[in-house]
Design a protein around this ligand. Structure first.
Ligand code: NAP
Length: 284
């Protein structure tokens, strides 16, 4: 094959995901699927960048043809420091998952995680209402912030927050206010009794990590249990929730919906989210 057939004639627009590690991310598959589907001259790449190099790399990307990037572990909270503008929701959440680069090199931060979370649960359990009863959020990292914000926006009256390191949960309580009630990790099983929405935002259950092992005997059967973990999809937590007769919602739909909103921010197209896309991701 002639080299002129391999090298594109025009510069491609670039987007990507910055994290450390980032090899496990399904975002490149997802965004490149939509790029092909909508016939864009663009490419989405994974960028493994350590905390130490983050500021330098992010400052360089706008000059290299990048229109924006997604941000993942461990940069979501610190990313806000390097932006020239921050959306209201990213400021309220206190973390960014999407950066958009202006043609003048300015960097704008947004956060589509909370939107992805709400859309995913609504799609899977159309009768779900956050306002129907207390929510239990397990974990107090970057993703937890977006989930607490989304639940409060949806009208939840109380969020029970539990984290291995209690101080981090207390810190989020100070930020999000009195509707957030912090409990001890060892009290998890007892507070499950009152929760109607249960969300795992920890890394527990991810491939290579221990499972999140809860006693669901007291959990109400109409409760919705959502695991943000999506590798593997069918976590121990979700299997236990389904065995109890509760609604078990995996994390892949959140990944897809938050990505769709990011894609629109960069390319001005709201991509279609359908069952084919989910199957494609599961089989790739
Ligand atoms: P993060 O900021 O690093 O927070 C990690 C959380 O996990 C903290 O609450 C941490 O508790 C807890 N944790 C870590 N190891 C633990 C252990 N051995 N026992 C108990 N708790 C432990 O990460 P993140 O950005 O919030 O992401 C968290 C998870 O959500 C990841 O699995 C990520 O893939 C997933 N996620 C999914 C989506 C999606 O679209 N589905 C989007 C965002 C994130 P300490 O404070 O005690 O360390």
């Amino acid at each position: 094959m002639a080299i002129s057939n391999i090298i594109p004639k025009e510069m491609s627009t670039l987007a990507g995901v910055i994290g450390y590690p980032v090899r496990h991310s399904k975002s490149p598959l997802l965004h490149n699927f939509w790029i092909r589907k909508y016939g864009l001259n663009a490419y989405y790449v994974p960028l493994e960048v350590s905390r130490l190099d983050f500021a330098e790399i992010v400052g360089t990307l706008p000059k290299m043809g990048f229109r924006g990037v997604n941000i993942t572990i461990p940069h979501k909270e610190s990313a806000l420091e390097y932006c020239h503008g921050v959306s209201d929701r990213a400021a309220l959440i206190g973390a960014a998952n999407t950066l958009r680069f202006g043609s003048d090199g300015l960097i704008f931060a947004d956060n589509t995680d909370g939107y992805g979370f709400t859309q995913n649960i609504r799609e899977r359990v159309p009768t779900w209402r956050a306002s129907a009863g207390p929510a239990l959020v397990i974990g107090a990292g970057g993703a937890s912030r977006a989930i607490i914000h989304a639940l409060l926006e949806e009208g939840v009256a109380e969020v029970f927050l539990v984290n291995r390191t209690r101080d981090r949960a207390e810190f989020l309580r100070q930020e999000f206010g009195a509707k957030v009630i912090v409990h001890d990790w060892f009290a998890l099983d007892a507070i499950l009794r009152d929760a109607l929405t249960v969300v795992n935002t920890t890394v527990l259950g991810m491939a290579g990590k221990p499972d999140l092992d809860l006693n669901f005997e007291l959990l109400r059967k109409e409760a919705v249990v959502n695991d943000l973990v999506y590798t593997p999809l069918d976590t121990r937590l979700l299997k236990d929730a389904a065995a109890r007769g509760c609604h078990a919602v995996d994390g892949l739909g959140m990944l897809i919906h938050q990505a769709a909103a990011s894609f629109e921010i960069w390319f001005g197209i709201r991509p279609e989210v359908d069952i084919e896309l989910r199957k494609y991701l599961l089989n790739s």
